[in-house]
Design a protein around this ligand. Structure first.
Ligand SMILES: [Zn+2]
Length: 251
């Protein structure tokens, strides 16, 4: 068995039997890792609240090569993001962020940029007012980091810039925008304004440390939601549980 240390965010927890727990982490060095926390429900002293959803930890685990589950040895809380837990809207947002990461990633596929993205967005959620744009920016950056970056600055068919189109449309199947001329004859296109397309493009390109400065209009939020929800559902083949939770809250 090999001992490993890494930064880790709890993205899913599942009680197992009387006293144990299976916890899924997104880690900085190993990507998604599932671990077995023996006695986690009984021994508060050992794990404290480190295994609660969203918590950022310094994690120590033993990698048992013969099993997919690692053995969780120690977990030191770095940030539990308590402000998220005090607000039902923020909980719904947080659940969506971590479920999206869980759903879109495979185990042991390291992606340190994705770890940083999740960490930064949990901080933004914790410190901010729970603005809906957090979800849209997170979605589009996650898609880009996982190789599904939508094509937003030119028409994906004729490669012309979109400045001269009055209307542009997003194709979920093709993963990008079509100009007015190329949109003809296509089914299942989502109309989008040029302003929103540009904003989403900036949301991908902008330095992560400055991302809190970006502001979405109501129109951009609506159009961004329409595009990104369909695009993500196309790749996950199902609606996420937390998406239903968001809808129940009217978001
Ligand atoms: Zn075109």
């Amino acid at each position: 068995m090999v001992q490993c240390k890494t930064w880790a965010i709890v993205i899913k927890t599942l009680d197992y039997g009387e006293s144990d727990r299976i916890v899924t982490f997104y880690t900085s060095d190993f990507g998604k890792v599932k671990g077995f926390a023996k006695g986690a429900k009984k021994s508060k002293r050992r794990f404290s609240n480190a295994l609660e959803l969203f918590t950022l930890n310094r994690l120590i685990f033993f990698d048992k090569k013969e099993s997919g589950l690692v053995r969780i040895e120690g977990c030191d809380i770095v940030n539990a993001f308590p402000a998220i837990r005090e607000d039902v809207r923020k909980i719904a947002f947080g659940c969506y962020l971590v479920e999206l990461v869980d759903e879109m990633t495979g185990e042991r596929e390291a992606n340190p940029d994705l770890f940083d993205l999740l960490k930064v967005f949990l901080s933004l959620l914790s410190d901010g007012d729970g603005e809906a744009q957090i979800l849209r920016i997170f979605e589009i950056r996650l898609l880009s980091l996982l190789g599904y970056r939508p094509w937003l600055d030119r028409c994906l068919r004729c490669n012309e810039t979109l400045e001269h189109s009055v209307k542009v449309h997003f194709s979920v199947k093709k993963g990008g925008l079509l100009c007015e001329r190329c949109s003809r004859g296509y089914m299942d296109l989502i109309p989008v304004s040029l302003g929103t397309a540009k904003l989403l493009h900036v949301a991908i390109e902008m330095d992560l440390s400055k991302i809190h400065r970006l502001k979405f209009s109501k129109q951009a939020l609506g159009e961004g939601e329409a595009i990104l929800s369909k695009f993500i559902q196309y790749h996950t083949n199902r609606e996420l549980k937390s998406k239903k939770f968001l809808k129940d809250l009217g978001m």
